[in-house]
Design a protein around this ligand. Structure first.
Ligand code: SF4
Length: 381
C-alpha cells in the first residue's frame, strides 16, 4: 500500500444542536477534558500502522470549542505516534460565534495550516432557519480574523436549498463568500436527514422545502458563478482556488485512500476493511477506561460494496472514476462490461467521453443525476 493516509479526529461537542444536523455531537460540555484524555489513550492503543500520513483533520461537532492548548496536545501526540510528513495539511473546522481572534492566532501558532469555517449563509434569516448560533456579522468577522491570524488556506462552507431561498438570494451568499477570496468553498445542498428535528418539521408540513427544479437551478448557478470567478470545481460540492488548494484530506475519502478516525462515531478505512467507533461520548470514555478500543462495528467490504463506493465516490469528482484502479482492484474490465451503457450515457450527455487517461466522469448535466447514473455502472457480486 503506497497511498498516503489521513487522520480524522472527531470532536463531539457543540454549543447547540442545529436541527438539520445528523453528525454526532452533544451540547453538555462537562466531559470535554475526560474526552481529551480518552482520545489520547485511544491513539496510544491503536495498532501500529506503517502508513505515511499527510493530513490531519479536526472535524465534528465543533472543534473550536477547544482551546489551542488542548488541540496542541492532540497534535503533538499524533506526531509522536504516527509517521506524519513534515508538510502535512492540518485542518480545523471552526464555527463563527465560538472563536475570538486570539484563539485563531494560537491555532495558527500550533501548526494548524488550514481552517474551514462553517458560515452556511451570510443572511440572518437563513441562519435562523438553520438554527445556527451565529449571525452573518460573526461569520464576516471570523473570516477576517482568520486571514489576519495568518491563515493562507481558508475554506468556507455554505448551504443552499434553504426554504425561501431564490436564485438571487443564493447568488448573494456566493458573492459575499467570493469577496473574501477563500482558497476553498464547499457548497452543500440542505438535506433532510432521517431522525433530525428539521426532517420531522418538514413531514409535519411546517415549511415548504425548495422544489427540485429550483434546487437544480441553484446547483447550476453555483457551478457557473464559482467557475467564472476563478474557482476549480473538483468535486460535486467542492471548489478550490487552484488545484493545490483542494482539501487534501477530503480527497482521501473520494479516492479510496486509507484513513484512521479517532473519537466517538469516527470511521476508519483500510482497504478492504472499514470500522467505526461508538456514537456516545460516555460509552467511548468507559471503553477506553477499561482498556478497550471503542470500536462498535467492523466490516470487510465485498466486491460489490467496493464497486459501489468506487463508482459513487469516483463520479463525485470532476476527474471521475479511475478506470485502471477499478480494473486492477476488482479484477474486471470496466470499459468492456459497461461498453453499451457508457455509449448511451455519453450520447445522452450525462458523461464526458472517456478521458485519454482512462477516466469516466460526469458532465455538468450528469452531476444533477448522480444517484440515478451511478447504479447503472455497477456489477453485482
Ligand atoms: S455546529 Fe455543526 S456539527 Fe454542531 S450541530 Fe451544528 S451543524 Fe452539527
Amino acid at each position: 500500500m503506497n497511498k498516503l493516509a489521513g487522520i480524522y479526529v472527531h470532536i463531539p461537542f457543540c454549543i447547540k444542536k442545529c436541527p438539520y444536523c445528523d453528525f454526532y455531537s452533544i451540547t453538555d460540555q462537562s466531559l470535554k477534558q475526560q474526552f481529551v484524555e480518552s482520545l489520547i489513550k485511544e491513539m496510544q492503543m491503536a495498532p501500529g500502522y506503517s502508513f505515511l500520513f499527510d493530513t490531519l483533520y479536526f472535524g465534528g461537532g465543533t472543534p473550536s470549542v477547544f482551546k489551542a492548548e488542548d488541540i496542541s496536545r492532540i497534535i503533538e501526540k499524533i506526531y509522536s505516534l504516527f509517521n506524519m510528513l513534515a508538510d502535512s495539511e492540518i485542518t480545523i473546522e471552526v464555527n463563527p460565534g465560538t472563536v475570538a481572534f486570539e484563539q485563531l492566532v494560537e491555532y495558527r501558532s500550533i501548526g494548524i495550516n488550514r481552517i474551514n469555517i462553517g458560515v452556511q449563509s451570510f443572511q440572518d434569516a437563513n441562519l435562523d432557519f438553520l438554527g445556527r448560533i451565529h449571525s452573518s456579522n460573526d461569520a464576516d468577522l471570523t473570516i477576517r480574523w482568520a486571514r489576519k491570524a495568518g491563515f493562507d488556506n481558508i475554506g468556507i462552507d455554505l448551504i443552499y436549498g434553504i426554504p425561501g431561498q431564490t436564485k438571487k438570494t443564493w447568488l448573494y451568499d456566493l458573492q459575499r463568500a467570493v469577496e473574501f477570496e477563500p482558497e476553498h468553498l464547499s457548497c452543500y445542498m440542505l438535506t433532510y436527514e432521517k431522525g433530525t428535528p428539521l426532517d420531522r418539521e418538514r413531514r409535519q408540513g411546517k415549511f415548504k422545502p425548495v422544489a427540485g427544479s429550483l434546487l437544480a437551478e441553484l446547483f447550476e448557478t453555483t457551478m457557473e458563478y464559482l467557475t467564472t470567478h476563478g474557482y476549480v470545481q473538483y468535486e460535486i460540492s467542492n471548489f478550490a482556488k487552484n488545484v493545490s488548494r483542494k482539501s487534501r484530506h477530503n480527497m482521501k475519502y473520494w479516492s479510496f485512500s486509507p484513513y484512521l478516525g479517532f473519537g466517538p462515531s469516527a470511521h476508519s478505512f483500510i482497504e478492504p476493511q472499514r470500522y467505526w467507533n461508538c456514537r456516545s461520548v460516555k460509552k467511548y470514555i468507559e471503553n477506553i477506561k477499561e482498556g478497550r478500543l471503542p470500536v462498535e462495528e467492523k466490516e470487510i467490504l465485498s466486491k460489490e460494496q467496493r464497486m459501489t463506493e468506487m463508482v459513487y465516490l469516483g463520479l463525485r469528482k470532476t476527474d471521475g472514476i479511475d478506470i485502471d484502479v477499478i480494473d486492477e482492484t476488482l479484477g474486471i474490465n470496466f470499459c468492456q462490461i459497461f461498453a453499451e451503457k457508457i455509449k448511451q450515457l455519453e450520447e445522452d450527455g450525462y458523461i464526458l467521453p472517456i478521458h485519454p487517461k482512462n477516466r469516466c466522469a460526469l458532465s455538468r448535466k450528469g452531476m444533477l443525476f448522480l444517484d440515478s447514473i451511478a447504479p447503472v455502472l455497477m456489477i453485482e457480486d
